[in-house]
Every structure is written in C-alpha cells, then in structure tokens.
Design a protein around this ligand. Sequence first.
Ligand code: ADP
Ligand code: MG
Length: 622
Amino acid sequence: MSTMEAGVEAKAFQAEVSELLNLMVHSVYSETEIFLRELISNASDACDKLRYEAIASPELIGEEGPPKIRIIPDKKAGTLTVTDTGIGMDRQELIDNLGTIARSGTKSFVSRLKDAKDGSGLIGQFGVGFYSAFMVAERIVVSSRRAGSDEAWTWSSAGGAGFEIAPAGLGEVPAPKRGTDIVLHLKKDAAKYLETYEIERIVRSYSDNIQFPIELVDDKGEAKQINSASALWQRPKSELKPEDYKEAYKSIAGAFDEPAMTLHYRAEGRYSYAVLLFAPSTKPFDLFDPARKGRVKLYVRRVFITEEAELLPAYLRFIRGVIDSEDLPLNISREMLQNNPQLSQIRKAVTGRVIGELEALGEKQPEEFAKIWDAFGPVIKEGIYEDFERREKLLALARFTTTAGEKRTLKQYVADLKSNQTQIYFLAGDSIERLKSNPKLESAAARGIEVLLLTDPVDAFWSSMPLEFEGKPLTSLSQGDVDFANIPLLDASEKDEHKVDADEATIIALIKSHLGERVADVRASQRLTTSASCLVAGKHGPDRELERLLARQNRGIGAKPVLEVNLRHPLVASLPQAGANAADLAFLLLEQAQILDGELPEDPAAFANRINRLVMAGLVEP
Ligand SMILES: Nc1ncnc2c1ncn2[C@@H]1O[C@H](COP(=O)(O)OP(=O)(O)O)[C@@H](O)[C@H]1O
Ligand SMILES: [Mg+2]
C-alpha cells in the first residue's frame, strides 16, 4: 500500500476478488454482454437507495433532480461510460464494495468455482456483479460522490492484484456531482459494445424493467431514453405478454433461467398491494445458506424499501419478485417492519396465494411444477415441520419416489391403499437404490403395499413428527412395530409355507443372551420375508435415519436399535442347534442388518473373524 503520487493510494484486492477477476478475464462465461446488465442493476440499486434516503432528507435530491442512468459510448476513446445520479459511494465504500466480496455465500462460491474444471455451468447461478465488467474492459475507472458529500473519489484498476484510490477530478474524468460514473476502457474484442443498436438491444432484453430512466447518449451528445421505466407489476395483467414477464423476472431477480411459475395480482380491500412473484426453474447456489434469507422485495408506492422484510416464510425463500404496498408509510424504518401488523397480514395472504398457485400448477402443468419440485422440494419440505397451519397443504404438494413409481402424491397413495391398510408407510435412507434393496420392504412388497422412499436429508426431520394425511398416519418402516397381519398377501399360497417349528421364545431369548446391551430388544419380524434380520428404531425416539443423521453432526442421542429376526429364515431357525456357534450367529444377524442399513459393524475385524469361524465350522448344518 504505497503512496505513488500525491493523494493516490494503491490497495490490494481481497484474495477471492483476484480469483474472481482471473475467472472473468479468462471468460468462463460466454455471454459477456451481461456486464451491462450488472452495471445497470447496480446503478438502479443506487437510485433506489437515494430515493429511500430522500424520504427522510429531501434535500438530497436537490439540483440534480430525480435519479437516472446514462450510457455514453465513445468510439474515439474506446470507452463505454455508465453513470447514475444515485446514492454514490464514499472513499471507504469504494474500497469495501469494489475490493472485497462481502457476502459469505458468494465468497465460498468463488472458491468452488475456482476448483471446478469449467466454471461456466456454475457461474450462471449467481450474479457476477460489478467484477463482470472486467470481461470486456482492460481498465475501469469509477468516480463517485456520496449524495450530500463535498468529497468525491476515484477508484481505478486494470484487474490483476489491486486498485488505486485517489480524490476524483485529478485525471481525465471530472468528479460527478452526485452518484457514480463508471468508465470502461474496452478491450479490442469488445468494441461492439460501442454500437448504439447493440446497447439498445442489450438494455431492452435485460433491463427494460428498470424503474429509472436509462438514457443513451449518441455521438452528437444527444440523449434519448431507451427503456420503458415503468413498474411492470403496476400494469394490468391484460396488457402484458409472457415475454414481458420473463424479462421482468430476469431483471428483478437478476436471474438467467426462465421462471417456472409467475404470480401477478393486485389485492384490494383492507390493504391494497400489487404482487409479482416468480418461482425460478433452477437452484441458486446459496439455497441452503444457513441464513435462509428470502429475496422478495418490498416496495411502498413504487419506492424500493428493502429486501429484508421476510415477506414469505423461509421455506419459500426461493420465490423472487416484488410486493408493492399502497398503505404502508413510506418512512417506515427497516427495523419497524419486523412487527408491523399490516405486513403480517400481507405475509399471510401472499403465502396462501403462493401455495395455492403451486397446487394449481401441479395439477394443470405438471412438467412446470416438476421443475420447481426438483429444484426446491427439499426446501418446501422444511415447511412441513415449520408451518403447522399449512402442513396438510404442503404434504399435498409433495412429490415422492415410492416403490410404485416416481412423482407420486399422497393423494394418489391414499387412493391406492390396499384393503385394510390404514397407514402411509415410508422408509428413509441415503439413496433410492439402497432403499429399494432394504429388507424392511420385503413384507410390504409381498402385500403390494406402496412405500414412500425418502432420501433428502430434510426428510429425516419432518418425517419424525407425528403426521397424518387425509386421516392416515405416516409410519416409518424402520421404527416401532408394524402390523401387516390384516393386509392380505398378494400370493396367498405363500402364507404358511415355512411353518416355524423352533420355539419362538427360545430363539429370541438365545439371541438376547448373546447380544446383551448391544440392542434395545430382539423380536420376531413382520417386515421380513426372505432376509434373516433387520434393525429398527424403538417406537419412541428418533427414526433410524434421523439418529444416523444426528450422529454425523455429533448430536445423536445414542438410541439403541431393535433387532428383528425372521423366524422362517433357516439361519435363524437353526440357532437352537448351533451350540458353540450360537454367539457368532447372533452377532452375524446384528452385523449384517447394520451393513444392509449402510453402516459398518462396530468392530469390522471381529466381524471378519466371526465370519471366518462360521465358514470354517462348516455352518450352517441343520
Ligand atoms: N453505481 C453504484 N452506485 C453505488 N454503489 C455501487 C454502484 N455499483 C456498485 N456499488 C456497490 O458495490 C457493491 C458490489 O456490487 P456488485 O458486485 O454488483 O454486487 P451486488 O450488486 O450484488 O451487491 C454493491 O452492493 C454496491 O454497494
Ligand atoms: Mg450488482
């Protein structure tokens, strides 16, 4: 950080910024034109902020008038300038905002990008922001004056390791009166961005919905407005075409994908407000960020207030868009928003509408709904344990892979219940393949009972609560006792085929005596038809999958499982005659059940020794 000449200070970029710039320069992203959208979106944010601050301090508007954005191509100089008369940045803000990546999610995302062989797939998932301008510019000069300040500062950089900061107006660019001027010294291969038709095309396709006027200045110095600068959500639905909505989605959400669902309406009555919301069709990179922040923007009479109002519950945090209230006071402070009763009303009503719309989409356009469910299903399912009031509705939205097929709803499940079946059965685990080969499904399969196969980490949590759908309790096949006795077998001849001769009580007692404290209980299984044994959780306490998940985070409660054995299996039936091998056999029943659940035996070496001993003994002899 040396002082080079009077007032000029050199500073280094934060490491992640250098990495990001490196990626930009080697242009992992083929659509370089998005740099203009990013700069305009920053300019628009700055205009929003000025308008918000001017509510309390109207003098900030002053002589400069209402905020606007200008684009000035200069073919002779090879520069493209984007200016805004928004809030501006002071010296420290220039250093912080254009020298670091503040958001933690973005920071870790950049590290992931760097490690990925080809980042182009990933990079589309997040707004590349200001730094994207280095895709087209070899040098960038940003001059800025915070509204109301008597100082203006210039930030300049040619990418690489760092930037310089100096008082504005020293070099070739005069200091702005309010807001920010960004001068891009374009690379040779980016000269097309100096053509007015190209600029107009880009602005029309990405930024038409920006609410502030965007003016293009031609080579004669004449400015003309090139966007419509209207708040699209205030326009009647009948005037708008599907393309208008797609465009609005991209510019409001800063997204690259297409919306899978659009919800636009105006609520009148006790409170009036306009709603324009979208469900994306792809996952953003920070979907599982622990902060679980929503992204719906609150406006009051077309003035942007905040993105932090949490206008939807956290399990709908993937929804993007705008809610524009007519009744809230403009000068409402961001802190007051938390407890505002009017906002709670709006939140409640809009949440209901969003869920209703998802429901309708699931019925009318299942392919579009599937995109949303595939990307955000695990998030929506958080609502099943968080939103008591809407639990049944959210369960109805859910799509499941089951032993009967994919994308099954609980409605379909209930319609297909077997005779005498009164419960909805599920099994939770790591992967569909592994679940499908789980012995706990055997007896259900023999009766043609459909079983939900749950593999999202969140499933272990919501499914461990007592739940019902249409009056049918959801029951885990790896927990408690299951009773299939009244549900007929598909193939009735199977029924009493391997009649058990050995005394059930003797076998159970024998296994218990050897396993001792290792299991909570041993009992004869109703779940198994061909496998010898399986492990299930006790009736109370967490399901096996939840216990495993908690144990991985060191939060397990060490609940002991119940060993269920299949008395019809020859290995089990032979126990009373096994003599000295009975102990090894009992442990084998426990350990193979662990392996089938995807766990390791507690002592793998002892396990191997046991198998070897049994094989050597020539077991199993009847
Ligand atoms: N034209 C501008 N006026 C005021 N602040 C700006 C401007 N451009 C960028 N900034 C500041 O720099 C930050 C970084 O911008 P960017 O990389 O686009 O990320 P993001 O817009 O997602 O925050 C912005 O959050 C803002 O604080
Ligand atoms: Mg930005």
